[in-house]
Design a protein around this ligand. Structure first.
Ligand code: C5P
Length: 255
């Protein structure tokens, strides 16, 4: 990876997940929308939004396939992610950044993005970068929650007409103070490097790992700034999400 300007923006794209819930015959990041893989869509969006260099974490067993697909660009490096957790995959990507990106400095903006959010707009990517350049230490996109939210409990044993294992409502959760969190999440290099170093022990199991990077900042008492998220940054998880994503691309083509 070649790097020249101190103002460069870096990214780690997590693409090492299996995508079991999508029911695909390939890793989720290689599923295609309009003939282009999810991970390539994500790379395009990040580059259009201002990212200069990216490390992609691939499923270890498909590492060579990802490399053949992506590494012809000298601004993209592919490394094996971790089967243990997303957090461990991000840590592997950050380690690769440290080793290969000569222009990294303590204050370099670093974005962590899920390949599972392929249609994020360049405008959202820029919003995260701009907030970092304005001095924020942790930045996440957040979207107001539309559904009514309720907490629940599971019935441990059958009793009085309640089936074992069934779910019953505990309470309604006030959605006014909640956001659904998306990626890319942004941090200065020195912050994200240190957060992952300190949390390395918890990355080895899904039970202890965190599902996003801002969670590590919260644990460390770092204020996490929320910028406006967007519907098109939806996360591809189940087959219906691909239907929505294709509709967004069809709309883009008409615009
Ligand atoms: O599984 P889920 O969709 O929540 O994963 C979020 C993102 O993290 C995906 O882009 C996936 O490829 C990535 N991931 C990873 N390493 C893992 C698990 C997930 O890079 N072990």
């Amino acid at each position: 990876m070649t790097s020249t300007s101190p103002a460069q923006v870096f990214a780690v794209i997590t693409a090492a997940g299996s995508g079991t819930r999508l029911g695909s015959d390939r890793p989720k990041a290689l599923v295609e929308l309009d003939g282009i893989s999810l991970v390539e869509h994500a790379l395009r969006s990040l580059h259009s939004g201002g990212v200069d260099c990216a490390v992609v974490t691939a499923p270890p067993e498909r590492f060579e396939d990802f490399r053949a697909l992506l590494e012809f660009r000298d601004v993209v490096r592919v490394v094996p992610g971790s089967p243990l957790s997303r957090q461990a995959s991000v840590a592997a990507g950050l380690e690769a950044l440290a080793q290969t990106a000569a222009a990294l400095s303590d204050d370099s903006p670093v974005l962590i993005h899920d390949a599972a959010r392929p249609l994020v707009s360049p405008q959202l990517v820029s919003r995260v970068i701009d907030a970092l350049r304005a001095g924020e230490q942790a930045v996440i996109p957040g979207l107001a929650v539309a559904d009514t939210l309720k907490s629940f409990h599971e019935v441990p044993e059958a009793s009085a007409g309640q089936a074992q294992g069934a779910h019953y409502v505990e309470a309604t959760v006030d959605r006014a103070g909640l956001v659904a969190v998306q990626t890319p999440q942004g941090f200065p290099w020195k912050v994200i490097r240190e957060l992952h170093r300190r949390a390395a022990a918890s990355a080895n199991s899904e039970a202890t790992a965190l599902t996003d990077d801002a969670g590590l900042a919260q644990q460390a008492g770092i204020p996490v700034r929320i910028v406006a998220g967007e519907g098109r940054a939806l996360k591809i998880t189940t087959p219906i999400d691909l239907v929505f994503a294709r509709a967004i691309l069809a709309e883009d083509a008409r615009a």
